[in-house]
Design a protein around this ligand. Structure first.
Ligand SMILES: Cc1cc2nc3c(=O)[nH]c(=O)nc-3n(C[C@H](O)[C@H](O)[C@H](O)COP(=O)(O)OP(=O)(O)OC[C@H]3O[C@@H](n4cnc5c(N)ncnc54)[C@H](O)[C@@H]3O)c2cc1C
Length: 481
């Protein structure tokens, strides 16, 4: 076999597995269908590190959520990922909600969630003065937080690559063949053989399972839509503000983001696995629901709408197991919310499953478990001047809204997993994430990508394969015709 372990999919689940496996003397490969990592559900969610009172006690979801959330702060500190432990509040707005809060509190205690408290209306308003006049009380979960979900994925994937894991992008697995003692995975980039497979393909993980002859679960995707508001609204609330959950999900939340914006959403509607379009009806629902919790939100500050697709399955729990019909083929499927929060623990769980299956794990002596990314606007004047003296590109501001310099963009383009598109740059360094959403810096970013990667400008992509920004050359004079 060429590989010890091949991971299918590089969202936060696949990246967490690669990061943990790269600690050991193993040949690990990651096959990602898209041209970038974190391009599936991992880039479009609420970005909440959930405390863990929501999943039913005794489930993998409950155990891995609470452990993942405990691991998240130290992991983000090591790998330089934006994270804030701002706590969450579930609001009671009706008499029925009072009962739900008590049930969540009890469930949280059973799951081992630290520091939970039921607050009165006055105690809640003292923490969050902008809440609804209907407010009756809240459940405070101090261990909850917010994180940059795609940077968490990049950071773990980059660390895995720096430690020897091999990432193949634009390599969708299209066929799976059983070998003596392993598997062959077929992709347009070639065939790869391996002893073990980790199926981390998100909303498409049931299709991967089916390729291996396993039809034991189905993914039932459900879309969630969002408003992202300008930083002018970013201080409307301090905590993550939830409504009481229902059968359909955790309800519409209002939260600050680690970038200082306000995020409002999501709804929950059955969808296709890759349908991330926004709908007028969905947005109207989200807006009306959010205003019930936080009535003063100014939706005129909306700068972006987006949607993400949940990998809900026909089972009640995360599906983290070796296939019953395909030995050596492990599913990490149905990883719906709180999958982001649980990711650090899911990576450890995958390693444990492989160990139990017989994979020999010898730790590398030289594993690098750290990462640093320069964020120019956060540096002291002295540090800024030092960098500019070394390379003037550090002093050239490209994205005015977010103060992102050419130095940061160039560094990302030469990082272990370089972006290959304008949106890839945006997610790596924040250029285009601000109020104008790339209106000013987009063309400059395209120029820098073309120059640094040695591409013709017409080859620069907006996002995934085929999304070229330019389709031809404008001849001198054309603009005046
Ligand atoms: C609306 C919404 C809100 C959410 N909010 C939260 C939250 O606040 N907190 C939280 O903890 N969780 C949240 N979640 C859940 C969380 O986002 C997911 O659990 C997590 O992102 C799943 O990551 P993943 O790596 O399993 O899947 P993905 O990120 O979807 O990654 C799967 C990868 O597999 C690749 N792939 C697919 N098919 C193939 C193939 N054939 N070959 C190779 N690669 C393939 C895809 O391209 C993709 O990159 C939310 C989810 C949604 C949709």
């Amino acid at each position: 076999m060429n590989y010890d372990v091949l991971i299918i999919g590089c969202g936060v689940t696949g990246a967490a597995c690669a990061y943990q496996l790269a600690r050991y003397d193993l040949r690990v490969g990651v096959l990602e269908a898209s041209n970038d990592v974190a391009n599936g559900t991992t880039k479009a969610n609420s970005a909440i590190v959930h405390a863990g009172y929501d999943p039913l006690p005794g489930t993998k979801m409950a155990r891995l959520n609470v452990l993942g959330t405990a691991l998240m702060g130290p992991l983000c500190a090591r790998l330089d990922v934006p994270y804030r432990n701002n706590g969450s509040l579930v609001l009671s707005l009706t008499e029925e909600d009072d009962g739900t809060l008590k049930a969540l509190y009890e469930r949280g205690l059973a799951n081992g969630v630290p520091g939970l408290r039921l607050l009165s209306r006055e105690e809640t308003l003292a923490l969050e003065p902008n809440l609804s006049p209907e407010l009756r009380g809240a459940l405070l979960a101090p261990s909850a937080g917010i994180v940059n979900p795609w940077e968490l994925c990049y950071a773990m994937a980059e660390t895995a690559v720096r430690n020897g894991a091999e990432l193949m992008r634009s390599a969708p697995v299209t066929a799976v063949e059983r070998l003596e003692g392993g598997w062959r995975l077929r992709t347009p980039k070639g065939d790869f053989s391996t002893r073990y497979v980790l199926n981390c393909a998100g909303t498409l993980s049931d299709r991967i399972a089916a390729l291996a002859g396993d039809h034991s679960f189905r993914i039932k995707p459900a879309k969630g839509e969002y408003f992202l508001l300008d930083k002018a609204e970013g201080k409307r609330v301090e905590h993550v503000i939830f409504q009481c959950p229902s059968r359909l999900g955790k309800g519409v939340l209002v939260t600050p983001t680690v970038h200082g914006n306000l995020l409002v959403g999501p709804n929950a509607v059955p969808s296709d696995p890759e349908d991330t379009a926004n709908s007028a009806a969905g947005m109207a629902f989200v807006r009306a629901s959010a205003l019930r919790s936080v009535p003063g939100i100014n939706f005129r500050e909306n700068i972006r709408n987006f949607a993400g697709v949940r990998a809900n399955s026909d089972r009640e729990d995360f599906i983290i197991e070796e296939s019953a019909v395909a030995p050596g083929f492990f599913h990490l499927a149905g990883i719906r919310s709180p999958g982001l929060s649980a990711a650090p623990a899911i990576g450890l769980e995958a390693v444990e499953l492989l160990r139990q299956a017989g994979l020999a794990l010898k730790e590398k002596a030289d594993f690098i478990d750290s990462r640093r990314r320069v964020r120019f606007h956060e540096l002291s004047e002295q540090e800024k001047n030092r960098l500019i003296a070394e390379d003037p590109r550090w002093g050239r501001v490209i994205c005015r809204c977010e103060t992102v310099t050419e130095g940061e963009i160039a560094a990302a383009l030469h990082s272990p997993i370089p972006p290959v598109s304008v949106n890839g740059v945006k997610r790596r360094v924040g250029a285009g994430m601000g109020r104008c959403q790339g209106g000013f810096c987009g063309p400059r970013v395209q120029e820098i990508i073309a120059r640094e990667l040695g591409l013709d400008p017409t080859q620069v992509l907006m996002d995934w394969e085929g999304t070229w920004v330019l389709c031809g050359e404008t001849r001198k004079g054309d603009a005046r015709q």
